[in-house]
Write a protein of this length. Structure first.
Length: 152
């Protein structure tokens, strides 16, 4: 029981850090990539997909730290926290993983795949080559900002 409580607390912390990473990153990204201004028509859309991508980034990084026999319980904790945050939170998280996995097999970096998922979702269509470049920057930023989030 204690272990489940600890996992839920860690998942809540990852979500809180993910929300901060998403919200605080928008203005600097808009300044660096003005083309995002046309795509981010509602900050709530950015906040949602950015938060899910940040949480996903944290969990990709944490995967090395989580013993194999605890992966399922950890995913359940993440699912509960994301679904409490937003009724579509965990479904978006699963969608992120379904998007990323085949791209990693195709040789993409994980940062590019995560960022491309964000771009695809805020655009609602396949990103252009330039938008993929923006996505790579987004993914890299989330991986840097979420490093160590699970163990915090």
């Amino acid at each position: 029981m204690f272990a489940n409580s600890k996992r839920r607390k860690r998942a809540k912390n990852v979500l809180a850090m993910g929300e901060i990473a998403a919200v605080s990153s928008l203005t600097p990204l808009l300044n660096q990539f003005p083309e995002l201004d046309e795509l981010v028509t509602e900050t709530a859309t950015w906040d949602f997909f950015g938060t899910v991508a940040a949480v996903g980034s944290a969990m990709y990084l944490a995967h090395k730290e989580i013993p194999q026999d605890q992966v399922r319980a950890t995913e359940r904790a993440v699912a509960k926290v994301l679904n409490k945050w937003d009724h579509q939170g965990y479904q978006a998280y699963l969608d992120l993983h379904q998007f990323v996995a085949p791209r990693i097999e195709q040789g993409w970096t994980i940062e590019l795949a995560v960022g491309a998922w964000v771009m695809w979702n805020i655009k609602g269509a396949k990103p252009t080559e330039r938008e993929f470049q923006v996505g790579a920057a987004i993914g890299s930023m989330f991986f840097v900002s979420m490093a160590g989030a699970w163990s915090s």
